[in-house]
Design a protein around this ligand. Structure first.
Ligand code: HXC
Length: 510
C-alpha cells in the first residue's frame, strides 16, 4: 500500500512544490486544479497516473516523474461525461514526450470509441527536445486522432500558457480554441527564431497572444480574461453541444414564453436604409432569455455567430451585423460563418440566420485575397448542411448575399422576411446607375430623373412582397412575431431527415 501511496503523492506533486509555488505566485493554476474547476465536483477519475517517459538521453533516466507531463482522465460537466487532459508545465515545461503523446492518444481513442467529448488544457513548450523524433511522432499520432474524431465528438482546446511548436496544431484541428488574455500564447516559431530568420522584433503577446489569435488570425474562438472564466465558459459551451454526432444537443426547460413578443422590434430598423443598427439586439430579443454565447466574437465582427436556445432547444445563430461594415460579406466573415455552420451541421444543431447584407464586398484587395474562394466556403457550408435551417431577412438581401445567406435555393427550410426587407439583385442607386446612365444624362433635370427611377425600382424590387409572391419567401412577418414563428418552425422541422449522396467526402474549397 505504502508504495502506491508514495507513487500517488509523487504524481500529485508533478514537477515539485517549488514549481507549483512559482505557478501560484504567477497567478496560474496547476494542471489538476484546472481539471477540478472544469469538472463537476468530485467527478474526476485519473488514468495513466503512473506512466513515465522512456528517454535515457541527456541524463533523463534519473528524471522520471509519475504521470509525466500530462494529467489524463474523465469526469462530468453538468452531469454529462467528458474526457479531459491537462498539460503539466511543472514537468519539463509540459513538453510532449512519447509517453505523454501515448496517454493523450489513448484518451482520444476512448473518446471516439465511446462517443464522449474531449477537452484539452494546453500549457506546453512543445516537442520534448530530449526525445527527438519520438516526440514528433507523438504529435503525428495526436493530429491523426484529432482528424478522425472531427465531426464525431466535440473537441475543445483551452490554451492556458505557452503552446509552442508542434503543440499548436492539435488545438487548431479541434472545434473550439479558448485563449486567456495576457497569459497564453500560441506560435509555431517564437520571437527569438523570428528575429534570426526575418529580423522582425515582436513580443510573445503581439506574436501569438489571445488578442492576436482572437482578432487577427482567427485561430482562437474565445478570448477570456482569466483561467476561471475560461473553464466556466467551456462549461457553458458544453450545454449547447451533444455528446457526439449520433445524439441530439441537450434541451433544457424553458421559462421564457414562446409567445413573448417584443414590440420594439417593429421600430428597430431605421427609416433610412443606409443607417446601421445592432443585429445583436434583434437576436437577443428573439432567443430564450436574451442569451447568446458568441463564437469568434472579436474576429470579422461584421458577421455574428454563436449559440442560443429557442424554447429550450440549442440553435446556431448566423447573422450579418449591419453595425460593422454595413454587415457586408467579405473573406473573413465568409470563412468564419462557414466554419460555424459546418460545426452545427456535424452536431445536429439547427441553424437560425438573420440577414441584412448589401452583398459581397467589392475591391481589389478582396478579389486578390480570395473573396471568391472564401465566399464559396460559405455557399458550400450552407448547401451541404442538412440540419433544420431558418432564415429571417430583416433588411437587405442583395445579390450574392441573398443567395449565400441561407436562401431557399441553397436548401433553407423556412424563409421569413420582415416588411422592411429589401430583396433584390442590388441596391436601388447602383441598379439605376447601371440601367439608366444614358437616360439620366440626357434628361433636363438629371437629379429628379434619378430619384424617380430609384423610387420606381424600390417600389418594384426593394421589398419582400415580390419574392414572397414568387415563393422565395415563405412568409412576411411582423418583427415582433419572429420568436413564436421561428419556434413553431423549429418544432415542425424537428424530424427533418435529409442526406447528401453517398461519397467519400465532399471537396469544400479550402
Ligand atoms: C523539454 C522543455 C521544453 C521542451 C521547456 N522546457 N520547453 N523541456 N522540451 N520543448 C523546460 C525548460 O528546460 C525548463 O526546465 C522548464 O521546461 C520551464 O521552461 P522555462 O524556459 O524555464 O520557462 P519559461 O521561461 O516560462 O518559458 C517557456 C517557453 C520556453 C517559452 C515555452 O521554455 C521555450 O521557448 N521552450 C521551447 C519552445 C519551443 O521552441 N518548442 C518547439 C519545440 S520543436 P527546468 O528544468 O529548467 O525547469 C517542436 C516541433 C515542431 O515542437 C513541429 C511543428 C509541426
Amino acid at each position: 500500500m505504502s508504495r502506491l501511496d508514495d507513487l500517488r503523492s509523487e504524481a500529485l506533486l508533478g514537477g515539485g512544490e517549488k514549481k507549483i509555488r512559482k505557478r501560484h505566485e504567477n497567478g496560474k493554476l496547476t494542471a489538476r486544479e484546472r481539471i477540478h474547476l472544469l469538472l463537476d465536483p468530485e467527478t474526476f477519475h485519473e488514468m495513466g497516473m503512473l506512466v513515465t517517459h522512456n528517454c535515457s538521453d541527456f541524463g533523463m533516466e534519473g528524471k522520471k516523474i509519475p504521470g509525466d507531463g500530462v494529467v489524463t482522465g474523465y469526469g462530468r460537466i453538468h452531469g454529462r461525461q467528458v474526457y479531459v487532459y491537462s498539460e503539466d508545465f511543472t514537468v519539463f515545461g509540459g513538453s510532449l514526450s512519447k509517453a505523454v503523446a501515448d496517454k493523450i492518444s489513448r484518451l482520444q481513442d476512448l473518446s471516439l470509441k465511446n462517443g464522449v467529448p474531449i477537452i484539452a488544457i494546453k500549457d506546453s513548450g512543445g516537442a520534448r527536445i530530449q526525445e527527438g523524433i519520438n516526440s514528433l511522432a507523438g504529435y503525428g499520432d495526436i493530429f491523426f486522432r484529432n482528424v478522425k474524431a472531427s465531426g464525431v465528438v466535440p473537441q475543445i482546446s483551452a490554451i492556458m500558457g505557452p503552446c509552442a511548436g508542434g503543440a499548436v496544431y492539435s488545438p487548431a484541428l479541434t472545434d473550439f480554441v479558448f485563449m486567456i488574455d495576457q497569459s497564453s500564447y500560441m506560435f509555431l516559431t517564437g520571437p527569438d527564431v523570428i528575429k534570426e530568420v526575418t529580423h522582425e522584433d515582436v513580443t510573445f503577446e503581439e506574436l501569438g497572444g489571445a488578442a492576436t489569435h482572437s482578432g487577427k488570425s482567427g485561430v482562437s474562438h474565445f478570448n477570456v480574461s482569466s483561467e476561471e472564466q475560461c473553464l466556466a465558459t467551456i462549461r457553458e459551451l458544453m450545454t449547447y453541444l451533444p455528446q457526439n454526432n449520433m445524439s441530439d444537443p441537450p434541451e433544457v426547460q424553458c421559462t421564457d414564453p414562446v409567445e413573448r413578443s417584443d414590440e420594439s422590434l417593429d421600430t428597430l430598423i431605421p427609416a433610412d436604409s443606409s443607417l446601421p443598427y445592432d443585429m445583436k439586439s434583434v437576436i437577443k430579443s428573439v432567443v430564450d432569455d436574451g442569451r447568446l454565447l458568441q463564437v469568434h466574437e472579436d474576429f470579422a465582427p461584421n458577421m455574428i455567430v454563436g449559440f442560443s436556445r429557442m424554447d429550450g432547444m440549442p440553435v446556431g445563430i448566423v447573422a450579418n451585423q449591419p453595425a460593422v461594415l454595413a454587415g457586408v460579406l467579405d473573406t473573413l466573415s465568409s470563412a468564419k460563418a462557414a466554419r460555424f455552420i459546418r460545426f452545427c451541421d456535424c452536431f445536429n444543431i439547427p441553424i437560425l440566420v438573420f440577414e441584412d447584407a448589401p452583398g459581397f464586398l467589392p475591391g481589389v484587395e478582396q478579389e486578390h485575397s480570395g473573396v471568391i474562394r472564401e465566399g464559396a466556403k460559405l455557399l458550400y457550408a450552407f448547401c451541404e448542411a442538412t440540419v433544420p435551417r431558418i432564415t429571417v431577412v430583416t433588411r437587405k438581401a442583395f445579390g450574392g448575399a441573398y443567395i449565400a445567406m441561407n436562401s431557399k435555393n441553397v436548401g433553407a427550410d423556412m424563409n421569413f422576411a420582415w416588411p422592411s426587407a429589401q430583396i433584390a439583385v442590388m441596391g436601388a442607386r447602383g441598379a439605376v446607375k447601371i440601367l439608366f446612365k444614358r437616360d439620366i444624362a440626357k434628361d433636363k433635370d438629371p437629379e429628379s430623373k434619378r430619384q424617380l427611377l430609384i423610387d420606381e425600382y424600390n417600389e418594384l424590387f426593394n421589398n419582400p412582397y415580390v419574392p414572397a409572391g414568387m415563393g422565395y419567401i415563405d412568409e412576411v412577418i411582423k418583427p415582433h412575431e419572429t420568436r413564436s414563428r421561428v419556434i413553431s418552425s423549429l418544432k415542425i422541422l424537428d424530424g427533418k431527415r435529409e442526406s447528401m449522396p453517398p461519397r467519400k467526402h465532399g471537396n469544400c474549397p479550402l
